[in-house]
Write a protein that binds this ligand. Structure first.
Ligand SMILES: [Ca+2]
Length: 191
């Protein structure tokens, strides 16, 4: 099979806040663990975001640089980073598709040995997808996922190479499969 396995449209429709309504506010909070109690708060549709502290906010107040929840959760940096990235589910599906297309050890080329066997050493595909959504920077990602400094450095080099046409170990098709995702990471301050 030749050509790119993934379509860019998946990653291009995500910059508007409205996309987040159905996906990741809950996901992010569940991932945070301690925020699970928010699911008990019922908010009206015109103020649908439930602060863990109990207030209900319109979506436009999220990540606008000013704290509106009394605990400032509407400005949580992980949630606000996730707003700028593809949804977690799509990132997980993307990683899964790459591994299916190129083999279970393929992502070693990007993340190092911890990525062997379907990202086993990184906690699995879902954990890696969450970290890619919520980690503002490569440093934070490396910290979240337990990458060594040398692996982080290589990851950034590989990502920069994908964008500037220096594919390194990746074949042109492999690099093409990554390009849109890596572009999104770069645009949102990951590296
Ligand atoms: Ca706010």
């Amino acid at each position: 099979m030749s050509g790119s396995i993934l379509h860019p449209v998946i990653f291009l429709s995500l910059s508007c806040l409205h996309f987040t309504l159905s996906f990741s506010i809950r996901d992010v909070m569940q991932v945070d663990g301690k925020r699970g109690e928010t699911s008990a708060i019922i908010c009206p549709t015109w103020h649908p975001f439930a602060c863990p502290s109990g207030e209900c906010l319109p979506i436009k107040y999220l990540c606008d640089g000013s704290a509106d929840c009394s605990d400032s959760y509407d400005e949580n940096h992980r949630m606000c980073t996730a707003f700028t990235r593809p949804p977690v589910e799509e990132t997980a599906a993307f990683l899964q598709a790459l591994l299916q297309a190129h083999g279970k050890d393929f992502l070693v080329k990007v993340f190092g040995n911890k990525a062997a066997n379907n990202l086993e050493g990184m906690g699995g595909i879902d954990k890696a997808a969450v970290a890619l959504s919520q980690s503002k920077t490569a440093d934070q990602f490396a910290n979240d996922i337990g990458l060594k400094a040398e692996d982080e450095k290589r990851m950034v080099m590989v990502m920069e190479g994908i964008l500037n046409g220096n594919n390194g170990e990746l074949s042109p098709n492999e690099a093409a499969d990554f390009r849109f995702f890596v572009q999104k990471l770069q645009e949102t301050g990951f590296f």
